[in-house]
Structures are given as C-alpha cells and as structure tokens.
Design a binder for this molecule. Structure first.
Ligand SMILES: Cc1cn([C@H]2C[C@H](O)[C@@H](COP(=O)(O)OP(=O)(O)OP(=O)(O)O)O2)c(=O)[nH]c1=O
Length: 199
C-alpha cells in the first residue's frame, strides 16, 4: 500500500520515519488553512487535518493518506504559526511562566474510509525575560512553528515540564497514530522489525 504523508513539515517526516514506516511519499496539501474561531482547539485541529487529508486523498484515492495539524491554546487564545516577528513576541509573552495546551489533529484516509482523532499535551514554560524572547527570536526557530516555539530545538530550554505525548508537541502524536494505522492494517512495529533485519 502506498503511504502518503500530506505534510510539508520536516518534523512530521522525521517522526514517521522513526516509527518504522520505511517508505512513504510526501505530498503536502496546498489549500489555505482557515482557522474557524468558533471551534474549540481540539475540534479545530481535527477539522484542519480533515481538510488537508481530503485535498490529498482526492488526488490520490488509492493511497493511505496521513494529515495533521497542530495549534497551541493558552488562556482562551488559539495560537497557530506566527505571521510576523511582532506576533511571535506576543505569543512567547503569552506563554511565559504559564501552562498551555498543544493539540494535534490527525486524519487518515484509505480505501474510501476516513478516521480523525486528536491528542492533547500540556506544556509549562518558565518565565521569559525580554532578553530571552529577543535571543530566541534571533535563532530563527519560532517562525514556522505553532505557538512560536519548537520543543525539540533551542526552545527546549524554555520548557519546565510536560504532561502527555512529547511527540504530539513536535507535531505528530506517534502513539495515537500507531494505533490508528493498525486499524487501517499498517503495523509499524512489524515494519520496523523488517527494516532492522533488512528483509
Ligand atoms: C509547538 C510546536 C510546533 N511545532 C511545529 C509542528 C508543525 O510543523 C507546526 C504547526 O503547523 P501546522 O500547520 O500544523 O503544520 P505545517 O504547516 O508545518 O505542515 P503541514 O500543514 O504541511 O502538515 O509547528 C514544532 O515543530 N515544535 C513545537 O514545539
């Protein structure tokens, strides 16, 4: 079965490889991500992942398509990727010294069947000074990431603690996705075993 990751995110590609999925194609969705402010963050990420999956599945109906979307939620605000330096400063200031939630929605499509789920992880930031925020922005890391930080990079030093799936914060809830793939007939651990044994 041809597996397609409908994502431009290098983190999602890396995590899918790490799960043992040896061969897959990358075909990102091109459509504009429209955030519906009336939706709760968990419903929003489910809906956005559904849209990305539907777009790619329509062009590749024979494949198994995986799509995801990640947002950060803090104090009733939903944070996607910052569009400007100023917006990134506002996001990091909102996260400083507080706990926030990271939601990732996942949609799978195969053989006319679709499944959508989401995973939530709680992350606590240490208090950030203006200097911390300026320096972190100067690393260039925040701009392509929901909430303007990357837990897997320099942003790791901002994180005091987390509760839930770490990989969900990076953009792919690996444990949940493994279970969903199993229901679609893809056993990632057996793929990993074959990969390691070179068979
Ligand atoms: C919070 C957080 C987000 N992110 C990333 C994961 C996602 O790539 C990005 C959220 O944007 P998304 O819109 O979910 O994804 P994307 O536009 O990068 O890729 P695509 O739509 O093609 O799948 O933020 C991190 O890498 N680390 C983090 O700690």
């Amino acid at each position: 079965m041809r597996i397609i990751l409908a994502s431009q995110s290098p983190r999602r590609r890396e995590l899918l490889e790490r799960m043992g999925v040896a061969e897959f194609d990358i075909i990102p969705a091109q459509g504009e991500e429209v955030m519906d402010p009336s939706l709760s963050p968990d419903r929003l990420v489910e809906e956005l992942s559904r849209q990305k999956c539907a777009e790619v599945a329509a062009a590749h109906p024979d494949g198994l398509v995986i799509a995801a979307d990640t947002v950060v939620s803090v104090g009733g605000l939903v944070l996607g990727k910052p569009h400007s330096r100023e917006e990134a400063v506002r996001m990091l200031s909102a996260l400083s010294g507080r706990e926030h939630m990271v939601y990732t929605g996942i949609t799978l499509f195969s053989g006319g069947r679709t499944a959508t789920e989401h995973e939530a992880t709680s992350v606590r930031f240490r208090p950030l000074s203006q200097g911390d925020i300026d320096h972190y922005l100067a690393t260039g890391e925040p701009m392509d990431k929901a909430g303007a930080y990357g837990i897997q990079g320099y942003g790791s030093v901002l994180v005091e603690g987390i509760s839930g799936d770490y990989y969900n914060v990076m953009g792919l809830p690996v444990c949940r996705l493994g279970r969903m793939l199993a229901r679609f007939g893809v056993d990632t651990l057996s793929m990993a075993a074959k990969k390691e044994q070179g068979t």
